[in-house]
Every structure is written in C-alpha cells, then in structure tokens.
Design a protein around this ligand. Structure first.
Ligand code: FAD
Ligand code: YCP
Length: 387
C-alpha cells in the first residue's frame, strides 16, 4: 500500500474549504488546507466584511438546512467566544402578484419561518427612508441578519488549527493525480491523502481539469458598492435598519440587495445580484459598470436618503450554476474526490452545513441531507434532454 500523509487534503481556504477542514478535524481526521494566496486575501468569493443570513428561500431544502445551520453558527460563536452574526431582519420587496413573492411567502409559511407582513399603509412607519415601488408588497424574515464574513474565516481557520489542522497558504495546486491515494502537487511540495475536497470557488473548473471533469459554471465579477447616507444614521444597523432584497424591480432583470450601514460608517452596501463574466485571474480587467447604472436609478427612486453615486466599489466573484443550486457531490469516477462548487452568490450562510456535508462525503458517511438538488448528474440530464 502506498503511504499517505493525510486523511484529507482540502484545496481552498474560502468559507467552504475552511468549514470542511474544521469538520474533518473535529472528527480527528488529519487534514491540511492548501491555499494559493497568502491569507487573508481578497481575490476569491469569501472576503469582505458582511453577508446576509436568512431562512427565507422558496425551495424547502434550503430553509431546512438553514434551521440546523443557525444552530451551527451559534455553536461556533460559543466555542470561539466571538460574535459572528447580528440579527437585523430581511425586508423582501417584490411585485405583489408576481410568482416570486407568493412562492417565497408560501414556503416561509410552510416551513414556519417567522415573518411579518408589512401592509403598504404601514410600510414607511416601519421602514423609513424607503419608497416601496408601486404594485409591490413587503414582508420581513425576522430570523435574518448580517454575518461577519472576514471574522468568520479567521475564526473557523483558527479553530481548525487549534484542533491540530494544518494550513499551508501561498501554495498553488498545479496538479492532482487521482487514485486510492490522491497526490496533490503545489508550487511548494507534494501531498498525499486518502481523500481530497476541492472547494476552489471560481477556480473549480481549473482544478477539476486535472481530474477529467468540467461542470457548467460561470464566473461573474460583482461590483460591491457602498452608498453614502445623506443624513448619517438613516440606514444604520444600530437604528435597526434591516437587510433587504428587491425582487423584480422596473430597472433590473436581476435582484437588488443591500445591508444596513455598519462596517463603513455612513455607508450602506447595495449591490446588483449579477455581473459580467470574467476569468478569475483577470477579475480586475473586467470593468463593466452597467450594474452600477441600474443601481443608481433604483437608489434614486427607492432609497432617497442615499447619494446615488457609489462612494466605494469593491470586487467579489460569484460562481454560478445553470440552476443556481450548489454542487455538493463526489467526483463521478474518482469517488474519494469531493466537490463543493457553484455557490451562485448565496453560499456563505451555509458554510457550517456545507462543511459538515462535504466532510461526511469525504468520509463515505451517509450525508445528513438529501443531496439530489446538488448532484453533478443533473447537468448531464440537462444536456441530454436538450439534444
Ligand atoms: C458580492 C457578494 C455577495 C454575496 N452575498 C452573499 C450573502 O449575502 N449571503 C450568502 O450566504 N452568500 C453570499 N455570497 C456568496 C458567498 O460569499 C460565496 O458563495 C462563498 O464565499 C463561496 O466560497 P468558496 O469557499 O466556494 O469560494 P472562495 O471563497 O473563492 O474560496 C476558494 C479558495 O480556493 C483557493 N484556490 C483556488 N484555486 C486554487 C489552487 N489552484 N490552489 C490553491 N488554492 C486555490 C482560492 O484562492 C480561494 O481562497 C456573496 C458573494 C459575493 C461575491
Ligand atoms: O445569499 C443571500 O442571502 C444574498 C441574497 C441577495 C443576493 C446575494 N446573496
């Protein structure tokens, strides 16, 4: 038998690789994370100060996973004695008679997600400084809030290391040799393990090309825009301003979303839930700003208390699948290679549960949830039926 150095190698120290490694270390598995950049870095998808956490989803399986996931976030907070999230509520605004709004509302009712419906005549009393669009309805997912993203990564990586886990940053994986013992070659060394987890974010297909697999993923550059409050504090987290999602606005084909001013005093984060395609290593050469024009028009109309010119624009990337569902699966041929990819701009909140599931797959345990929506095989079925 060939010797191996680790039980598991995890490629990528984003939110999903970090939580997977942490779960493996909790099972006393000898685990190493290989990360191409020096940590912390802002070149992938998990950096930045904040993300939205919520239970409001129109698919039951996401809401079901979030029920447990909230508990796992709290467990980590207790274990590390650090605050990783803050409840603000999530305001959902959408055309009242559109199918998105009714699907979401029905799913929340079906799954007992605490919610408040805001009748139009009471809207401005609860949500000042926002104009609810004509024909729109509004509800609040009261479980929702803000996750502290950078702080999460630091915390989960520290907890992993406390459990004996090893992180090697500045080590780009340049080759993978599948087998009953997987060999991974980086710019700095050669590593072997019984199983491999690939959580490489926008670089997933680059890594998978070493294993003879490609999945239909698109990488989008997202302009992360912050907008200045005309009157400081109007949209502030301390004044209980919520996160929001605007489904189906007159300006935009895709959703618009925002988080209360918090991390940068006086600035509220509002972004477009789409962007232009990019190569992950060429992110900063993608300079398309069509999304910012859309946001300016929306903000002028609906958020009159913000200066409609972005004060800060940062960059992030989405890695999207055709159906916007994640990929959580074993490699179809090399079963000891596990893939977590295509988190489609909504994966962060699931970090603890994705980590649990990917660690289960890598140990050939029965996964805690039905992974049918996340299987790689769904893409094959899709392309076959399209023929
Ligand atoms: C602007 C924006 C807003 C978002 N908002 C939300 C939100 O409100 N709520 C929510 O739940 N989610 C949100 N998301 C989505 C969430 O942030 C992502 O789904 C999640 O961060 C993806 O994490 P990841 O670990 O898959 O990828 P990444 O964080 O990109 O991690 C992959 C890692 O792999 C490393 N890597 C790649 N190739 C190699 C290699 N060859 N060798 C070694 N290392 C390698 C990379 O350097 C990187 O560190 C948002 C995303 C963006 C961009
Ligand atoms: O995952 C989320 O909750 C948000 C919703 C809006 C778009 C960005 N992601």
């Amino acid at each position: 038998m060939t010797s191996q150095d680790y039980d598991c190698i995890v490629i990528g120290a984003g939110v999903h690789g970090s939580f997977t490694a942490y779960n493996l270390a909790k099972k006393s598995k000898k685990t190493i994370i290989l990360e191409q950049f020096l940590l912390p870095h802002s070149r992938g998808s998990s950096h930045g100060q904040t993300r939205i956490i919520r239970k409001a989803y129109d698919q039951d399986y996401y809401t079901h996973m979030m029920h447990e996931c909230y508990e796992l976030w709290e467990q980590l907070e207790k274990e590390a004695n650090v605050k990783l999230h803050r409840r603000t509520g999530l305001l959902v605004m959408a055309p009242e008679h559109g199918k998105d709004y009714s699907a979401l509302k029905c799913s929340m009712q079906r799954n007992n997600v605490p919610m408040v419906i805001l009748p139009r005549e009471q809207f401005s009393q609860h949500i000042p400084h926002v104009n609810l669009s004509q024909g729109n309805a509004a509800l609040v997912d009261t479980t929702a809030g803000v996750l502290y993203a950078d702080r999460t990564l630091k915390t989960v990586q520290e907890q992993f290391q406390k459990l004996g886990g090893v992180i090697k940053d500045g080590q780009k994986v340049i080759d993978i040799t599948p087998g009953s013992v997987v060999t991974v070659t980086t710019s700095g060394g050669v590593y072997r393990a019984k199983s491999l987890v690939i959580t490489a974010g926008p670089w997933a297909n680059t890594l998978l090309s070493h294993t003879g697999l490609q999945i239909p993923l698109k990488v989008l550059k997202i302009n992360v825009c912050y907008w200045r409050e005309k009157v400081p504090g109007s949209y502030n987290i301390q004044h209980r301003f919520p996160c929001f999602i605007q489904l189906g606005s007159e300006e935009a084909k895709h959703d618009i979303y925002g988080l209360p001013s918090n991390e940068y005093p006086g600035l509220m984060k509002i972004c477009y839930h789409s962007g232009s395609e990019t190569e992950p290593d060429e992110r900063d050469r993608q300079t398309d700003r069509e999304d910012i024009d859309i946001l300016q028009r929306y903000i002028t109309r609906c958020f009159p208390g913000l200066v409609p010119v972005p004060a800060i624009v940062e960059s992030c990337m989405y890695t999207v699948t055709p159906d916007l569902n994640f990929v959580l699966d074993q490699h179809p041929i090399h079963r000891n290679i596990i893939i977590g990819a295509g988190f489609s701009g909504h994966g962060f909140k699931f970090g603890p549960i994705v980590g649990k599931l990917l660690s289960e797959l890598s140990q050939e345990e029965v996964p805690s949830y039905d992974l049918t929506p996340f299987r790689i095989g769904r893409f094959q079925a899709h392309s076959k039926s399209a023929l």
